[in-house]
Design a protein around this ligand. Sequence first.
Ligand code: NAD
Ligand code: WQD
Length: 340
Amino acid sequence: MSAAPVLVTGGAGYIGSHTTLCLLQAGFDVLVLDNLSNSSPESLRRVAELAGRAPVFVEADLRDRQALENVFSHYRPASVVHFAGLKAVGESVEQPLRYYENNVQGSLALFEAMQAHDCAQLVFSSSATVYGDPESLPIDESESIKPTNPYGQTKAMIERIILDWGQAWPALRGLLLRYFNPVGAHPSGRIGEDPQGIPNNLVPFISQVAVGRREALQIFGSDWPTPDGTGVRDYIHVMDLAEGHLAALRALDGLNGVQPVNLGTGQGTSVREMVDQFARASSREIPVVEAPRRAGDIATCYADPGHAAQLLNWRARRGVDEMCADTWRWQRDNPQGFKI
Ligand code: NAD
Ligand code: WQD
């Protein structure tokens, strides 16, 4: 590696692999650190195939301080995009200690290594889940932080740690990217989301129904105060999200301190609308059954994306039709995900 690389933690995962590809194509050298606890090295092999060059890959756990020390002293990254973490809401309710340990301890170890090596540029994967049930819509960055589950608490805590760290270390420049609902896949169909076991999220579940791996989608609540009674969310294409990270990295140079930024489209889509779009994109029937509301769910959530437009000069460009078409291509060509 010649120029100082970008360190991408969790870069073998869903959003990390798409972002790694985007950074390689933009000319960055990329160093991925991942323990593969929720991903496959095949994702990075395919990223290399699409980019025509490979990221450096270090298989290590973020909580392994010696491994971090080796990575920072050997590669001297200039900036960090920090994706690595556990992300399943329901699992975090069952196993809160594991979530706090992995997400918070891992982040602390990373931040200490960054400061020890004078690496002062950070892009952090936060989530709209930090807003809990919002007081007003669309949600802007001044909305209060009140997560409703341990996973969301880890994101809020890590945001707090980064803000306090920035107060103590004025050289630090950080962006706390609050993603809304990432979906979709690279248009080649070569990389995409590969959930282990039963998918927790709507679009992976619908696509497994479409490909015949599952019988029917359960719609969690048809009596929400929304136009068609089903939950409304701000789905964002993972390629838009990846480009948002590229824009964030570029914006760090001119930034002062640390601040949060929503990454969403500003458009709400209901569960029923998403099912209809996916049926059209895949030319498959998507059987549905009405089920009770899921614990912890809210009616409606969508972003005010204005701050990202102004600060990062970035806007989501892809619509729900493209999100479904690209998810379907990935699912159809890789019915078992990265397992060959
Ligand atoms: P993912 O599980 O596909 O990717 C996370 C990666 O981190 C995986 O490859 C995993 O192996 C790795 N990892 C986890 N713990 C690690 C550790 N201790 N050391 C090293 N590697 C570790 O998830 P994703 O959907 O790509 O999400 C990436 C980030 O974005 C996460 O922090 C997640 O909380 C956040 N986020 C995701 C969503 C979403 O809906 N996908 C929404 C908002 C925020
Ligand atoms: C979307 C809509 C469900 C599955 C989650 C996390 C959040 C963030 C993004 C990480 C809701 C409905 C779902 C199903 C359904 N992740 N649904 N049947 O809950 O908005 O956000 O992912 O940060 O933290 O909470 O996304 O895709 O699970 O649900 O009817 O089988 O689809 O009720 O209305 P959610 P989701």
